[in-house]
Write a protein that binds this ligand. Structure first.
Ligand code: ZN
Ligand code: ZN
Ligand code: FE
Length: 758
């Protein structure tokens, strides 16, 4: 006989962990006990050594779906000789902040009950259990108990209460436990007035969708706008009403067979779709059975499976088809989640609003992932993933808050060796998103009971996130360069040792010299970096407006290479360009007025895309670059050379010349687009080779929003690996600015540690 003590840390309370431990111990005929103790679960088991070993294995591998073990400490104990295994009453010690579980997709057992006419929750859209249902989005404050959630106003009926209190029931301590008698109810609104409730509301909403209506649907973290994805007229109407002309819509399909009929799905993509976070997965489109307007000009489609019982019910009536499910927001505003506001603002777009009376406490967008290079990488990390932590490569002496960047903002509160990345806050452009930024930080501090001793922020003086950091009195602040943070996010995520050569390509980031960077080769570790090479500068004629009108950058590049004569060339861009507008801009540029310079590769993509496709303006960030990627012919093998004669500069002039020659010579645009991608990949490889010859590392980290370009990432990775480099990129944190906060904390933490050591 042996006895062992297990101390388990992580998301282990309120997730059915103790009943799981008891079942496990009983199955292996072990005696002992389990207890919740101030943020940890403590277990002692006694029995045959092989049974104890099996217990440990299952404890690690088979924990309940919502549990996340961040640390497991095991010690030997003297045997006691008791005969049974018990769950002991919780010990309330000094309360430590506890991570709440993320929201979880409806589990199989609940789906089964949902469609079982004999079950008391038959067709009840709020069915959930210990393994599934809303969590993070309904929590008001710490500690995670029903009365601290938006379920507080619903009194459990006797039957629900029994389930909740019985450790053998699969709804034991499921905080949002509810049934049709005692729980939330659905309601369907038209022009603001309720026209149906409960199951009638569900049935009417499903019928209206089938009939081509647009319905706003309240989900876990906000409202969606939905319509039949196979109905061209309905999708086009949604585009007009939402004033969203081109950005692709995500769709939700009932099951994998429906998805397989639209897209090709690999084993890894299948696993991503079925993952407990139920993210949107970007899939290659196969047969086009959807309306053209769902995702015009895009080879990929964002697809997800239903993740709430309400979705399951709606899609059950939607045989073989898919629903457009796009976030319910207007223009640049964040997704609507507060009922009053959502009903008022979305009724202008939706014919009907399907809502319910369980409030959403925290806005939480759908997460987005994609499989590239044999890895699943996250693009937007929010609903279903937050607030699970991501490890840091070291233990922090004091808690740090990473304030994030400006676009796609995510902040990151860290304690010990755990980084808690926030939900997607979004672009800090509107007052509304700035408010949810500050409220979000307060919410996380309260939930985790952590007060940061240090704030890590971007170097850009005008970012609202920087201003937030500098306004907090009495707290140390550390400014972290944007692209260093990108590279640090890869280094920290993969716990890379020694220096790396970081390739940070993105749209924009404030450099140490006060200019805008975005095409950077950094020799870096967590403590610091040296800028060893970068893209030759481009000019943004007229400033920020050039980002929305990429023709301006394209025209400037062409005039640099060809002088004024470029305006006589037979290129698609010239045909669509306003030449008098260009003359004004050029005159301004000559006088140095409104002509910021940038080394941004994102802007180079904009310029080349504009030359190749003739697109003059964009409607969403990154649109021109995405179109160039989608246009590229994957079978094309040629590439355009960049000029590397200057040691530290990647010159684009020769490349632009080749693009123009090919277009004028009648080479198809798809081949030109592919040659540009390959040329840039070759340039990355050649710069890495040059730096390695001078003693640089064989470890390369690729990060920044540009590396969401799957073609560029694939080509660059292949070329580098062929030459013996270890290539790393982001997987669990986004490569775009959603990963900046994590990188900021890694840099600030390492800086503080090195100070202590020195
Ligand atoms: Zn369930
Ligand atoms: Zn009930
Ligand atoms: Fe960036």
């Amino acid at each position: 006989m042996v006895r062992k003590r297990f101390l388990v840390e992580g998301t282990v309370q309120g997730v059915g962990f103790r009943p799981f431990v008891r079942r496990l111990a009983t199955r292996h005929r072990l005696s002992g006990w389990v207890v919740n103790r101030a943020g940890e679960v403590e277990i002692e088991v006694e029995g045959h050594p092989s049974a104890v070993a099996l217990f440990e294995k299952h404890l690690r591998n088979d924990a309940p779906p919502l549990a996340l073990i961040s640390r497991l400490d095991i010690q030997d104990r003297d045997t006691v000789g008791e005969s049974v295994f018990n769950i002991l009453p919780s010990v309330r010690g000094e309360l430590r902040g506890l991570p709440v579980p993320p929201d979880m997709a409806t589990c199989e057992a609940c789906v089964k009950e949902l469609f079982d006419p004999k079950d008391r929750r038959y067709r009840y859209p709020f069915i959930n259990c210990t393994d599934c249902g809303p969590r993070f989005t309904i929590v008001r404050e710490f500690p995670y108990d029903r009365d601290k959630t938006s379920m507080a106003s619903f009194q459990m009926c006797a039957e629900c209460r029994n389930e909740y209190e019985n450790p053998d029931n699969r709804r034991y301590h499921a905080q949002p436990n509810a049934c049709p008698v005692c729980g939330p109810q659905a309601a369907l609104r038209h022009e603001g007035a309720v026209i149906a409730v409960r199951d009638d509301a569900m049935k009417l909403a499903a019928a209206a969708l089938s009939d081509g209506s647009i319905v706003a649907i309240k989900g876990l973290g906000g409202y969606h706008l939905a319509c039949d994805a196979g109905n061209e007229e309905a999708v086009a109407r949604l585009r007009v009403r939402k004033a969203r002309e081109e950005k692709p819509f995500a769709v939700m399909a009932r099951d994998l067979s429906v998805i397989s009929a639209i897209c090709s799905v690999s084993a890894m993509e299948r696993a991503a779709l079925l993952g407990s976070g139920r993210p949107i997965v970007l899939l290659q489109r196969a047969k086009d059975r959807l309306a053209l307007s769902v995702a015009p000009t895009n080879r990929f489609l964002g697809v997800m499976l239903p993740y709430t019982p309400l979705h399951h019910l709606l899609l059950a009536d939607f045989e073989g088809r898919a629903l457009v499910m796009t976030s319910g927001n207007i223009g640049e505003h964040p997704i609507a989640y507060e009922d009053e506001h959502a009903i008022q603002s979305l009724r202008k777009i939706a014919d009907l609003v399907l809502t319910h009376d369980r409030p959403i406490e925290t806005r939480c967008d759908d997460s987005i992932v994609r499989v590239t290079g044999g890895r699943t990488s996250i693009i937007r990390r929010s609903r279903g993933f937050v607030p699970h932590s991501i490890p840091l490569p070291f233990e922090l002496a004091e808690p740090i808050l990473g304030c994030g960047a400006h676009l796609k903002n995510v902040f990151c509160l860290c304690e010990g060796n755990e980084a808690f990345l926030s939900h997607h806050i979004g672009d800090l452009e509107t007052l509304e998103s700035r408010r949810s930024y500050v409220e979000g930080i307060d919410h996380f501090k309260q939930l985790l009971r952590v007060e940061p001793a240090c704030l890590a922020h971007d170097m850009h003086p005008d970012y609202p996130s920087t201003q937030y950091a500098l306004e907090q009195a009495g707290v140390e602040t550390i400014a972290v360069q944007h692209h260093h943070a990108h590279i640090a996010s890869v280094v920290a995520e993969h716990d890379l040792k020694g220096p790396v050569l970081g390739v940070a390509f993105d749209g924009t980031g404030y450099g140490t010299d006060g200019t805008i960077w975005g095409g950077e080769f950094l020799l870096a570790d967590l403590c610091g970096f040296k800028r060893v090479a970068h893209l030759e500068l481009l000019v943004l004629p007229g400033g920020e407006q050039a980002i929305r009108e990429p023709w301006r950058i394209a025209a400037w590049c062409l005039s640099e290479v060809y002088g004024d004569s470029f305006q006589n060339m037979d290129l698609p861009l010239i045909r669509g360009m306003d030449s008098s507008r260009w003359r004004t801009l050029k005159a301004m540029a000559r006088r140095g007025f409104q002509t910021p310079r940038t080394s941004s590769v994102g802007r180079l993509f904009d310029a080349v895309s504009s030359i190749v496709t003739g697109r003059t303006t964009v409607r969403y960030e990154g649109q021109a670059a995405i179109e160039l990627e989608m246009l590229a012919d994957p079978c094309e093998s040629g590439h355009y050379r960049f000029d590397l004669r200057d040691e530290s500069k990647l010159s684009w002039g020769p490349m632009i010349r080749r693009v123009v020659e090919d277009l004028l010579g009648g080479v198809p645009a798809a081949a030109v687009a592919a040659r540009f991608h390959s040329g840039l990949s070759v340039a990355i490889m050649e710069v890495c080779e040059r730096i390695r010859r001078d003693g640089g590392p064989s470890q390369v980290a690729l990060s920044g929003g540009v590396f969401q370009n799957a073609l560029l990432l694939k080509r660059a990775t292949e070329l580098l690996r062929d030459r013996g480099y270890c290539v790393w990129f982001n997987e669990r944190v986004p490569a775009n600015d959603g990963g900046i906060a994590y990188g900021q904390v890694a840099v600030a933490g390492a800086t503080m540690r090195s100070k202590v050591c020195a």
